[in-house]
Design a protein around this ligand. Structure first.
Ligand code: SF4
Length: 325
């Protein structure tokens, strides 16, 4: 739902480009999209209909109802379990939340981006951190699942402010979070700031290091990190609309590998090692193009061999010294 319901103009946003779609979504589209996708999903899967890409609760309430009404038959016959949507913190009110409840909305994701007032202002977000706190409280009071979205590398942002934002958001008790590094996209105010030298984007390495820290911070507090990186669309993946910033088609994988590198190197390493991990995590532990294995060789002068061990869980790492004869 690109730009639907949104009169704002955040410096980084050209929603129409990000969502890779320009046409308005109608109730008929909702039915068509659901029908097209339902048959491709396994039975018994947990299935949600999701309204993303704009500020759903910013559109007139009758239009919200008309769109959600198309999901109702699928919720009633059990083929869809609920609705999830994304919106802005200042588009939350009792009237809106009561209506969402009526139509079976289960999860509300708030585009927060930062809890630092200077960063919010410089990004032209048009809402305050206090409005975020209030919206989260209201969402909980109606018993919705709360999701939050955080961005890194916004104008006037720093690593410290991003970590502080994560702590402030954790205190608001979300179930899940998405983390997006800021990309400079064509036809945005950020592109102008970048071109006149007043905005310096994060590099891929800087964004990866910071996002690794944020993911661990959220995970340690029991918040489910459901995405790190930009929503993949054809347009973003072919790099056509990205002018600058930490673009990488496998950004989430880079972050995972960085997390494992940190865990591995928190152990004492003084010779060749076997790294035992959950078998499902092996590729993340090795890293994109075996980046972690090469780094261990370069930074610690050791050979590393990654082995699967199904007794170990995600993030558990056991290092065993390789015996030399
Ligand atoms: S509120 Fe959301 S849709 Fe509106 S301009 Fe900002 S990022 Fe884009």
């Amino acid at each position: 739902m690109p730009h639907k319901g949104c009169p704002y103009d955040c410096v980084f946003c050209n929603q129409k480009r990000i969502t890779g779609q320009i046409k308005e979504t109608t109730p008929d589209d909702v039915t068509e999209i659901i029908e097209r996708h339902l048959s491709t999903l396994p039975e018994n899967a947990d299935i949600e209909a999701a309204f993303f890409g704009g500020s759903f609760t910013g559109i007139p309430i009758a239009e919200q109802s008309a769109l959600m009404e198309r999901v109702a038959p699928y919720i009633n016959d059990g083929r869809i379990d609920g609705i999830r949507l994304s919106t802005r913190p200042d588009y939350i009110s009792d009237e809106i939340l009561e209506n969402l409840k009526r139509y079976g909305v289960t999860t509300i994701e708030l585009g927060v981006q930062s809890m630092d007032e200077d960063v919010l202002r410089a990004s032209n977000r048009g809402h305050s951190a206090e409005q975020v706190r209030k919206a989260c409280e209201m969402i909980h009071s109606y018993d919705f699942r709360l999701g939050v979205q955080q961005m890194t590398g916004l104008p006037l942002d720093t690593d410290e402010k991003s970590v502080e934002t994560a702590h402030e958001l954790i205190a608001l008790n979300p179930s899940c979070v998405r983390i997006y590094p800021t990309l400079t996209i064509k036809d945005t105010a950020l592109k102008t700031l970048y071109e006149n030298g007043s905005y310096i984007p994060q590099t891929v390495d800087e964004a990866v290091r910071l996002c690794a820290k944020l993911v661990l911070t959220y995970e340690e507090s029991g918040v489910d990190v459901i995405r790190v990186g930009l929503q993949p669309t054809e347009e973003i993946n072919d790099h056509a609309s990205v002018v600058a910033g930490p673009f990488h088609p496998a950004f989430g994988e880079l972050v995972e590998s960085e997390i494992y590198y940190g865990i591995i190197t928190s152990h004492k390493i003084d010779g060749d090692i076997e790294i035992h991990v959950d078998p499902r995590e092996i590729s993340k532990v090795c890293g994109n193009r075996r980046r972690n294995i090469e780094r261990l060789k370069k930074e610690y002068g050791v050979n590393a061999f990654v082995k699967g061990d199904s007794n170990l869980k995600k993030r558990e790492v056991r290092l065993i010294a390789v015996k030399t004869t």
